[in-house]
Write a protein that binds this ligand. Structure first.
Ligand SMILES: [Zn+2]
Length: 434
């Protein structure tokens, strides 16, 4: 029997009531009990590009960007991807069970339009996967929203074509959504102009995305000695009957603070992160909607070709679900904030009951400091507060995604995993000092 899963990539901006669930990069499973992950059986995959026209982009450019978007994933893994041009325009229907043609299309056919229903302008694309009970993907279809505007030059109000396709290619290959905000596989996408910046950072795979594709298809290099694995489980610091299922576990470099990879725990609170580059990491856990957090952070070492086994102590977080979104340049959204090394920026955080007298932010990277004297409240309505604070990135800040810890008094109440992405795009909106 063929089963189906559908992903959509949605745009959210300036909402003060956004959903806040946490998901990992990896992987989609057949169902919760079997834990079988979705992946292609073959390491050679054929992508059929529909010969359909877009208003704003020529077929030649479209085809080149499809190839580029898939190529970024292939180069990080053992996958080989072939492309062919086809005249087929319609996505396979849910009932059909698929026709074996894995299509990328933007054609405004009624079948394709139907997929978007009422969400006509907020969803840029949908990927539909067909797979069997063993998790073997038999077909994947990507439909770009025929009514959305796609561009390649950052035009305000449009979706970036390459950022969209790179994300959808991740789904096509079997990846789910990531809990790392700055990852290409994060569930929300910005339109160009959000934060007065081009929304193109999803064109670039984050460390978490690369870890995800390695998980499914291997490292793409013969350099296995560069990697080890991390396995473990969550353990309650004090028995409180916490539900340890579906927690977000991630690792950050102990040296730079860069987010490396994240994953979701199973029903037993267990996790496994294969293909971790050899190094020393902080291993952090946050329950669904922040219901619990790491009771302590400590360093773990990943060594070549070995599995390191770790337990993470977690404790209940009565202040869960406090921070819901982030912002920049006077806007709040659920997407990462792109910054550049060597500059200072004013960033915004939105959430419930955030008292600037009691709340404190701290970046997990030593290269990024928070100026706590600048913490201020900008907005407070219906129990939602918007705070701002200035961050300073040292000139040596490495490219990558970085997280913040949020404290209320002395108590840790939230993590913002990978909410800042450094170095992928220019951000000229830095603070000037006089
Ligand atoms: Zn998605």
């Amino acid at each position: 029997m063929i089963r189906i899963i559908v992903f959509n990539f949605s745009f959210l901006l300036a909402g003060f009531a956004l959903a806040g669930s946490v998901f990992p990069y990896t992987p989609q499973s057949v169902n919760d009990s079997s834990g079988k992950v979705l992946r292609w059986d073959s390491k050679e995959i054929v992508v059929s590009i529909s010969n359909s026209e877009m208003d704003t982009i020529s077929y030649g450019v479209f085809e080149a960007i499809v190839k580029e978007s898939f190529g970024k994933w292939a180069i990080e893994s053992d996958l080989r991807i072939r492309f062919e041009q086809v005249s087929k325009t319609n996505v396979s229907t849910r009932k059909s069970g698929g026709d074996g043609v894995s299509l990328v299309t933007v054609a405004p056919t009624s079948e394709n339009l139907l997929l978007f229903g009422e969400r006509k302008t907020s969803v840029s694309a949908i990927t539909r996967l067909f797979f069997d009970a063993s998790g073997r993907i038999t077909e994947a279809d990507i439909v770009l929203n025929p009514t959305a505007r796609f561009t390649t030059d950052g035009s305000p109000g449009s979706f970036d074509l390459e950022a969209t396709l790179t994300h959808e290619a991740g789904h096509f290959l079997g990846l789910g959504h990531s809990g790392i905000v700055g990852a290409t596989m994060h569930r929300h996408q910005g339109k160009n102009g959000t934060f007065a910046l081009p929304a193109i950072y999803s064109r670039t795979l984050s460390s978490d995305d690369r870890a995800g594709i390695r998980f499914l298809y291997g490292s793409g290099t013969k350099l296995g000695e560069r990697f080890g694995s991390l396995e473990g489980r969550l353990v309650e610091a004090q028995p409180a009957g916490l539900d340890l299922t579906g927690a977000h576990v991630w690792i950050e470099s102990s040296v730079t603070g860069e987010v490396i990879a994240g994953i979701e725990t199973d029903k037993m609170g267990r996790f496994s992160i294969p293909w971790v580059p050899v190094g020393t990491y902080r291993l952090i856990a946050a329950g669904r909607n922040g219901a619990f957090l790491s009771a302590q952070e400590r360093d773990v070492v990943v060594v070549s070709r070995k599995i390191s086994r770790e337990e993470i102590l977690v404790g209940a977080n009565p202040r869960s679900e406090r921070i819901r979104s982030y912002g920049f340049n006077g806007q709040i959204a659920n997407i990462a904030i792109p910054l550049e090394a060597g500059h200072s920026y004013l960033i915004f955080v939105s959430g419930k009951d955030l008292d600037p007298e009691r709340i404190r932010f701290e970046c997990t990277s030593p290269a990024i400091s928070v100026d706590s004297l600048t913490l201020a409240r900008h907005y407070a309505r219906n129990g939602q507060d918007v705070l701002s604070f200035e961050v300073n990135l040292s000139p040596g800040t490495a490219n990558g995604e970085y997280s913040f810890r949020v404290y209320e008094g002395e108590k840790l109440i939230s993590y913002l995993p990978g909410v800042v992405t450094v170095g992928v795009i220019k951000n000229p909106w830095y603070s000037a000092l006089f």
